[in-house]
Design a protein around this ligand. Structure first.
Ligand code: G
Ligand code: G
Ligand code: MN
Ligand code: NA
Length: 252
């Protein structure tokens, strides 16, 4: 079967699932949010998004798939919040979704349906979103932000004009690309750049989240640089909803 056809059937059959990767406050080590990450249950194997997000974008399936992801994640987090756990949600967006005419309406609808306050939801866009059709994308994302949804720039520092993008679009958070974290402490330039990004974010009043933390030294260094939040295999891997519930047990 052709991949595109298979993906369409997978959505119809309910063969996608979400994992959630915890985001922690580096000072208190508390889980403050989860990032939803989509997977495809294909026969006995779990297919990762780098295999199917591109094709789903090309065929346009990302629009209904993205809507399913948002609805599923909002419903889950609303349930967690109803059990008195103060947890926020982050969801990734593709440029195709952002440029869709009914995009903002759809997000508003899903929020209303789930009862999730807009401020609990962060939508992550990478810098590619701001390159494809900058005027239109910035307009849509600003409209989303006026709803109260928070915006984050994903993979920050890897784009070709990271700083220019901060001028075009007001965002609430930046997520430092894992490639910076990987070389923290071993590469002086990268260490300095990371420290500078953290300060830049703080000076602009944004949340700064380091991604891809895998080693204790990286975590310590980020803490000492005053980075507010972190995500990575050292802290917690992406896991199914039940895994998150088990992890936070006491909190939830
Ligand atoms: O989960 P993993 O680290 O394998 O994700 C790989 C890539 O797929 C990341 O760039 C991530 O942003 C992207 N991705 C994961 N889930 C989603 C999703 O729900 N929507 C979109 N558009 N991208 C996603
Ligand atoms: O592009 P984005 O930041 O949305 O991608 C998130 C992806 O990063 C997910 O697929 C997740 O599995 C992966 N990821 C999360 N933490 C780590 C980590 O510590 N190391 C590596 N190599 N990948 C990670
Ligand atoms: Mn992300
Ligand atoms: Na991303």
């Amino acid at each position: 079967l052709e991949l595109q056809t298979e993906l369409r059937q997978a959505l119809a059959n309910g063969d996608f699932l979400l994992e959630y990767q915890p985001v922690v406050d580096l000072e208190s080590s508390q889980v403050t949010a989860v990032e939803a990450l989509v997977r495809w249950r294909r026969g006995g194997e779990l297919v990762m998004p780098d295999v199917f997000i591109g094709p789903a974008e090309q065929s346009g399936l990302i629009v209904p798939l993205g809507e399913w992801i948002l609805r599923e994640a909002c419903a889950k987090v609303a349930l967690w919040r109803a059990s008195d756990w103060d947890i926020a949600l982050s969801v990734n967006l593709s440029v195709k979704q952002v440029l869709q005419p009914r995009f903002v309406e759809t997000v508003a609808g899903v929020l209303a349906e789930s009862g999730l306050p807009a401020g609990v939801l962060t939508m992550e866009v990478d810098e590619e979103v701001l390159l494809e059709n900058p005027g239109e994308a910035v307009e849509r994302l600003s409209e989303l932000r006026r709803l109260g949804v928070r915006l984050a720039i994903d993979d920050f520092g890897m784009g070709y004009a990271s700083l220019a993008h901060l001028r075009q679009l007001r965002v609430d958070a930046i997520k430092i690309d894992p490639s910076f974290i990987r070389d923290l402490g071993t590469d002086g330039t990268v260490t300095l750049l990371t420290h500078t990004i953290i300060r830049l974010g703080q000076d602009l009043g944004m949340q700064v989240i380091a991604e891809g933390i895998e080693r204790a030294e990286q975590l310590e260094q980020l803490r000492s640089m005053g980075c507010g939040y972190g995500q990575g295999f050292l802290v917690a891997r992406p896991m199914v909803a039940g895994g998150v519930e088990a992890l936070v047990g006491g909190e939830a």
